[in-house]
Design a protein around this ligand. Structure first.
Ligand code: SG7
Ligand code: ZN
Length: 235
């Protein structure tokens, strides 16, 4: 069944809960609309700030799973603090969600506003060893969500765009030697974020994700957003 879900009218997000019992009964399903007038300030988060220690990667692996292109990396970068407190989480992969135009695409919305695209940097708790092993553990994952707005070209994302013509077929994977610094995908001021306990946004929709959605967006060029679209139709 995993192969049948998608983003069309007949197999889109509102139909996923059928095959995935967690979503059907879930109490903490993602994505959500973040209502800025309802959020509460948590003083503990200020005392123990979120910290990324991101390191450049030299080899990346790109996978087309039929839903998006995921960039798997060698988990040298770490995330601590903020809602995950003293635990150490490692950055295992990142991927993007997009839409059919500049005003559609992000999964989370902020006061109802949707952004052009949304970048997810997926971290897993170190002791679980991998994303796949952590994915069904209660405290397994922490995902950073970055809103993408149209603007100047992002040179790090461009390194991925340059490879995607080799990924047109579903279930293809390529490994490329490529110097890539994930820190350049983060917005300014990472201490400005909203956080909540949620889920994977795609099947199997496990409720194991601590979401950290940044207030400040990052710019990609419209051309870059469109190029991603040409490979996989997520509309
Ligand atoms: C994308 O989003 C892929 C998935 C990812 C999923 O479809 O990047 O990764 C793999 C290995 O297929 O699932 C467990 C996982 O990372 C959901 O991720 S998300 O909740 O951050 N959107
Ligand atoms: Zn995602």
């Amino acid at each position: 069944d995993c192969h049948r879900w998608g983003y069309t009218n007949t197999n889109g997000p509102d139909k996923w809960c059928k095959g995935y019992p967690i979503a059907a009964e879930g109490k903490r399903q993602s994505p959500i609309d973040i209502k800025t007038s309802d959020v509460k300030l948590d003083a503990d988060l200020k005392e123990n700030p979120l910290k990324t220690k991101y390191k450049p990667e030299d080899t990346i692996s790109l996978v087309n799973n039929g839903h998006t292109i995921t960039c798997n990396i060698q988990a040298k970068s770490t995330l601590v603090g903020g809602p995950i407190k003293k635990d150490k989480y490692l950055l295992g992969q990142f991927h993007l969600h997009w839409g059919s135009s500049d005003d559609k695409g992000s999964e989370h919305t902020i006061d109802g506003k949707q952004f052009s695209a949304e970048l997810h940097l997926v971290h897993y708790k170190k002791e679980y060893g991998s994303i796949s092993n952590a994915a069904d553990k209660k405290d397994g994952l922490a995902v950073l969500g970055v809103m993408i707005t149209p603007g100047s070209e992002n040179s790090t994302f461009q390194k991925i765009i340059d490879e995607i013509s080799n990924l047109k077929k579903k279930d293809t994977e390529i490994t490329v030697p490529n110097e890539l610094d994930p820190a350049s995908l983060l917005p300014e001021n990472i201490s400005d974020y909203w956080t909540y306990a949620g889920s994977l946004t795609t099947p199997p929709l496990y409720e194991t994700v601590q979401w950290i959605v940044f207030k400040n967006p990052v710019e990609f060029s419209t051309e870059q957003i469109i190029r991603a679209l040409c490979i996989i139709d997520q509309r």
